[in-house]
Design a protein around this ligand. Structure first.
Ligand code: ATP
Ligand code: MG
Length: 563
């Protein structure tokens, strides 16, 4: 990240190119940019593009711009502009300058008049449907428009009247005059401007014609002196047009370099589809913790540093591929393991009663045992946790009739209560239906702290929370939002059919008292369960809400599944 000393730049086809350009002197200082269209929230795919462009600038002592690619007011909004800025900052990057493509509208228009004057652009009266029909195919050439041979003077007059608002929306366009038989369809007289009467979040009502992506992007890069314009592979076939416009205008031409999009199993990375999820009410919003948006991932508890480490690890490639979500989860766990304080919480409570507790199990007698905050971080210290004669344990940590490979609590079995004592199960209480309502135990006072002076061993350690001290908290348990690892490839595009009905389950957690102080924005490991994030949106003082970020690996459950 920006505040760290630059590491030795890694080697990949983009960095090798940048290095060569610096060595040959073609480039003096590297300038990159991240150019989102403010028509939605950033998602994990954008994190890759952001990490790449910002890291390359940083590694090579250059600059990186944030540019709003705001050339199409139809779906754009100031709300998105603000969110994008906040999300890039949250990821840990700081731009050297901020720009808006809309600020280049005057320059772009002046350049359009230049192309018209040179006979390299013309006004076409055909509608969009006709233009696209006459574009031809990969195997057949397109058909010239009847307007293609208008004189520069006539075109200039029409273009000015287009700009002045004399024509109806969609009635005319400005097209580059290139080659209707070009093997690259993008060069078959592409549209440069269309008429659209819509106020723009930045330019208001000043314009009723708006530039197309291809007519705006390369020139915006050129104006800013971008040296390496990094974008995803789908723009490879646009590069000849990017170059054509710069050459036709005789302006500085940046180098566009394409890399593969980031795809991750179970995650959708199309703003259009994410919008459908939000608008259809299938999630609670753009920041729903099940969304692959940066806001969603943040509320899920994915640390920004883990996302960046993941993006760096997957690196850049020339071919699209899909990464397993487990790889992303590995980076999240790896980071949280180092920084997250450990706490105890019980999510599916079963009462454990210690019959020989001083003063009786339900009495006032309390002992405070010492618990380490993070075994990975000696500096994290320890805390005191109240231990009493009645405790909550996890229901799945007890089986009345255990199979051979189950080593946790069972009748006659001794286990360790983490940081506390050894307990031996002496029996169970049941309700009328035969369900176990409590486990009865005795404890060995000599095992305080979790070790027996006679050296005897137990095969399991389980977590617990004293009933009388437990703090209730809402705990949201998330699963994948989709049942299929590749929701984007759903039949007929109907990815909504693949929504997982069990993607969120809400339970009441019984938490150790230290968790009452959770304020929101921080992560914990609930021992033996998972990493949890204290939600910065819904938590209230004394009433934290926890989101399950990612589970710990559960060897026993895995073995059960394998059977
Ligand atoms: P969508 O297709 O979801 O609407 P987009 O590509 O149109 O996304 P932009 O705002 O135009 O979104 O993207 C800004 C930058 O982020 C572009 O340079 C784009 O190439 C890059 N980007 C978008 N999605 C991905 C992805 N999945 N992986 C890597 N880079 C991406
Ligand atoms: Mg785009």
């Amino acid at each position: 990240m920006n505040d760290r000393p630059p590491a030795e730049p890694a080697s990949d086809f983009i960095r090798d190119r940048v290095r060569a350009d610096l060595q040959s002197g073609r480039v003096q200082q590297v300038v990159t940019r991240f150019p989102p269209e403010p028509n939605g929230y950033l998602h994990i795919g954008h994190a890759k593009a952001i990490t790449l462009s910002f890291s390359i600038a940083q590694e090579f002592g250059g600059r990186c711009h944030l540019r709003m690619d705001d050339t199409n007011p139809e779906a754009e909004d100031q709300e998105y502009v603000d969110a994008i800025m906040a999300d890039v900052r949250w990821l840990g990057f700081r731009w050297d300058a901020m720009y808006y493509a809309a600020d280049y509208f005057d320059q772009l228009y002046a350049w359009a008049e230049q192309l018209v004057a040179k006979g390299l652009a013309y006004v076409d009266d055909q509608d969009a449907e006709t233009i696209s029909r006459h574009r031809g195919t990969l195997t057949s050439p397109g058909t010239d428009s009847p307007c293609r041979n208008r004189s520069p003077a006539e075109n200039l007059d029409l273009l000015r009247r287009m700009r002045a608002g004399e024509f109806a929306d969609g009635s005319r366009v400005l097209r580059a005059r290139i080659d209707m038989a070009h093997s690259n369809l993008n060069l078959r007289d592409p549209v440069m401007y269309r008429i659209r009467r819509l106020p723009h979040q930045r330019t208001g009502d000043r314009w009723c014609i708006y530039p197309m992506y291809d007519w705006a992007h390369g020139q915006s890069d050129s104006i800013e002196g971008i040296t390496h314009s990094l974008c995803t592979l789908e723009f490879e076939h646009h590069r000849p047009l990017y170059d054509w416009f710069c050459d036709a205008l005789g302006i500085y031409k940046p180098q566009q370099i394409e890399f593969a999009r980031l795809n991750v199993t179970y995650l959708l990375t199309s703003k259009r589809k994410l919008l459908q999820l939000v608008e259809g009410g299938h999630v609670d919003g753009w920041d729903d913790p099940r969304m692959p948006t940066l806001r969603g991932l943040r509320r899920r508890g994915y640390p920004a540093a883990a996302l960046v480490a993941f993006c760096r690890h997957v690196g850049v490639a020339k071919f699209n591929s899909t990464h397993e979500i487990e790889l992303l989860e590995y980076f999240v766990r790896d980071h949280l393991n180092r920084v997250a304080p450990r706490r105890m919480a019980v999510l599916d409570p079963l009462r454990l009663v210690i019959e020989n507790w001083p003063g009786g199990p339900g009495g006032d007698h309390v002992e405070h045992v010492e618990a380490q905050n993070n075994p990975e971080d000696p500096g994290a210290g320890a805390r005191r946790v109240p231990f009493r004669g009645e405790l909550w344990i996890e229901r799945e940590d007890f089986l009345e009739h255990p199979p051979k490979d189950f080593f946790r609590l069972a009748p006659g079995r001794e286990v360790r209560l983490r940081y506390g004592y050894f307990v031996t199960c002496t029996g169970v209480d049941k309700d009328a239906a035969g369900h176990v309502t409590a486990v009865r135990c005795t404890y060995d006072p000599a095992t305080r702290g979790g070790n027996a002076p006679d050296g005897r061993k137990v095969k399991a350690t389980i977590h617990w929370v004293a009933v009388a001290d437990a703090v209730d908290a809402e705990v949201r348990l998330f699963e994948h939002l989709f049942t299929d690892p590749d929701p984007a490839r759903a039949d007929g595009g109907d990815f909504l059919r693949l929504l997982n009905p069990q993607s969120r389950r809400v339970v009441t957690g019984r938490c150790e008292p230290a968790l009452a102080a959770a304020t929101g924005g921080e992560s914990y490991q609930f021992e033996r369960l998972a990493y949890f994030y204290c939600d910065h949106v819904d938590s209230r003082p004394g009433a934290p809400v926890f989101h399950r970020t990612v589970t710990l690996k559960d060897a026993w459950k895995k073995a059960q599944k394998a059977k």
